[in-house]
Design a protein around this ligand. Structure first.
Ligand code: NAP
Length: 394
C-alpha cells in the first residue's frame, strides 16, 4: 500500500503496549495512518488497559506473557482478534509485522529483541536491558537474521541522527549522551539518605515507567545507556561519555575527528524518537512538540558526579569487565530497584546491592543465549541475598 508521499504503509507490532513508551507509540501509529498500520499488541498481563487498546484499535493479534491469561482475553475480545501467549505469541507477532517496537521493560524484553532481529525485521528498540544483558547474543541474532536495529531511546535516536553528519566510524572521535541528572542532582550526599519512593518517581523532565524513572534517579540509566551505545554503534568505551544537561533539550552529541560537534535538540517527548525509529529513513511529516530556544534562554551542562551517583561508575566498571558482567549488573539492578519500589531497600542501598553482586561476578563469558539466562539467574540469586542482608528488614 502506498501513502500520499509514496512511502509504504508499514505493519507495526507494539510489545509493551500498555506502558509509557507503548502508549506513546500507539499515539504515533494512530496519528499517522498513512504511514503505519497496527497489527499486533503484546503486554505482560491481560489488563483492562490491554483489552481497551485491542477493542479500540483492532489489531490482528494480541499476545500476553502467560498462557493462563489467554482465556480471559479471548472472552473479552472479538473473535476476529487472535490471542496467543509466550514464545508462540512472540513469534506470531514478529511474523505479522514489518516493524516491531520493543517497549517491554527489563530483561523480560529479550525474547522480543532476539525473535525480531532473528526473523530479519526492523526492531525499533526501547528495551535497552536486552542489549545490556545480552549484547553479543543480540549482535549474532542481528547478523544471522539480517534484522535492522533502530534505537528508540531518545539519546540513541539522537546519536543515530548526529552520526548521519559523518562518513563513518573513522571520522567519529566521541559520542556523548546527555543526562538530566534526575530529581536528586542538587541533593547532598547526606540528603540522599532520606529519599522516598515518591521522590525518586518525580522526574524533572520525563514522564516514564517506574523502573526507568528510578534508574534515572540513580544514574544507572546513563550507565545502561553507555553499554547500549557501545552495542548499537560499535564504539569503544573510551570514546563514550556522559554530560549532565538539566533541561533535556540536547539528547546527544557526536564529536567528529576535526573537532566539529553535531548535537540533536528536541523537546522531551518520546513520540519523536518513536516516530523516527518507526519511519526511518523518512521523517514523519508532523511534529508532536517543538523546542523554543528563545523561550528557554539558556542550556546548562556539568559533568556527572560519580561519587554521589555510584551506579554510573558501577555500570562503567561492568562494561570494562565485559563477558557476562553487564548481564550481572542489569539483573542486580532490576532486583534492587524492585526491592526499592516495594519498600524493602533504601535508595542508597541500590548501588550497594549492585556492587555486592558485581564483586561476586564469576568471570563468565556469553557464548550463547543459555549463558545469558544462566548469568541472569545466578546474579538475581546473589542480588536477592544482598537485598536480604542490606535491606530494611535486616
Ligand atoms: N518511558 C520512557 O520514556 C522510556 C524512554 C527510553 C527508554 N525506555 C525503555 O523502554 C522500556 C519500557 O519502559 P516504560 O517506561 O514504557 O515501561 P513501563 O511503563 O513500565 O511499561 C512496561 C511494559 O512492559 C510490559 N511487560 C512487563 N513485563 C512483561 C513481560 N514479562 N512480558 C511482556 N510484557 C511485559 C508491561 O505490560 P503490563 O502493563 O501488562 O505489565 C508494559 O506494557 C524500558 O526498557 C525502558 O528503559 C523508556
Amino acid at each position: 500500500v502506498s501513502g500520499p508521499l509514496g512511502e509504504t504503509v508499514r505493519r507495526v507490532a507494539i510489545a509493551g503496549s500498555t506502558g509509557s513508551v507503548g502508549t506513546q507509540a500507539l499515539d504515533v501509529v494512530e496519528a499517522c495512518p498513512d504511514r503505519f498500520e497496527l497489527v499486533a499488541l503484546l503486554a505482560g498481563r491481560a489488563s483492562e488497559a490491554l483489552v481497551r487498546q485491542a477493542r479500540a484499535l483492532r489489531p490482528r493479534l494480541v499476545v500476553v506473557a502467560k498462557g493462563d491469561e489467554v482465556p480471559v482475553l479471548r472472552a473479552a475480545l472479538p473473535s476476529s482478534i487472535e490471542v496467543l501467549a509466550g514464545d508462540e505469541g512472540i513469534s506470531a507477532l514478529v511474523d505479522v509485522a514489518e516493524v516491531v517496537l520493543n517497549a517491554v521493560v527489563g530483561f523480560a524484553g529479550l525474547p522480543v529483541t532476539l525473535e525480531a532481529l532473528g526473523a530479519g525485521r526492523r526492531l525499533a528498540l526501547a528495551n535497552k536491558e536486552s542489549l545490556v544483558a545480552a549484547g553479543p547474543v543480540v549482535r549474532r541474532a542481528r547478523e544471522r537474521g539480517g534484522g535492522e536495529l533502530v534505537p528508540v531511546d531518545s539519546e540513541h535516536a539522537a546519536l543515530h541522527q548526529c552520526l548521519r553528519a559523518g562518513r563513518g566510524p573513522q571520522e567519529v572521535a566521541r559520542l556523548v549522551v546527555t543526562a538530566s541528572g534526575g530529581p536528586f542532582r542538587n541533593r547532598s550526599a547526606a540528603e540522599l539518605r532520606d529519599v522516598r519512593v515518591q521522590d525518586a518517581l518525580a522526574h524533572p523532565t520525563w514522564r516514564m515507567g517506574a523502573k526507568i524513572t528510578v534508574d534515572s534517579s540513580t544514574l544507572m540509566n546513563k550507565g545502561l545507556e553507555l553499554i547500549e551505545a557501545h552495542e548499537l554503534f560499535d564504539v569503544p568505551y573510551e570514546h563514550l561519555d556522559v554530560l549532565v544537561h538539566p533541561q533535556s533539550v540536547i539528547h546527544a552529541l557526536v564529536e567528529f575527528t576535526d573537532g566539529a560537534v553535531i548535537a540533536q535538540l528536541a523537546a522531551a517527548d518520546m513520540r519523536l524518537p518513536i516516530g523516527y525509529a518507526l519511519g526511518w529513513p523518512e521523517r514523519l511529516d508532523r511534529a508532536f512538540s517543538r523546542v523554543d530556544l528563545a523561550q528557554l534562554g539558556r542550556l546548562d551542562f556539568e559533568p556527572p558526579d560519580r561519587e554521589r551517583f555510584r551506579c554510573l561508575a558501577l555500570a562503567e566498571q561492568a562494561a570494562r569487565l565485559g563477558g557476562s558482567a553487564p548481564t550481572w549488573l542489569n539483573a542486580a539492578n532490576e532486583v534492587a530497584v524492585a526491592a526499592f519500589l516495594e519498600g524493602r531497600l533504601s535508595w542508597l542501598k541500590i548501588p550497594a546491592v549492585v556492587e555486592e553482586v558485581l564483586g561476586r561476578w564469576d568471570g563468565g563469558m556469553l557464548g550463547g543465549l543459555d549463558d545469558v539466562l544462566e548469568a541472569d539467574r545466578t546474579a538475581r540469586r546473589h542480588a536477592a541475598e544482598a537485598v536480604a542482608s542490606l535491606g530494611e528488614a535486616a
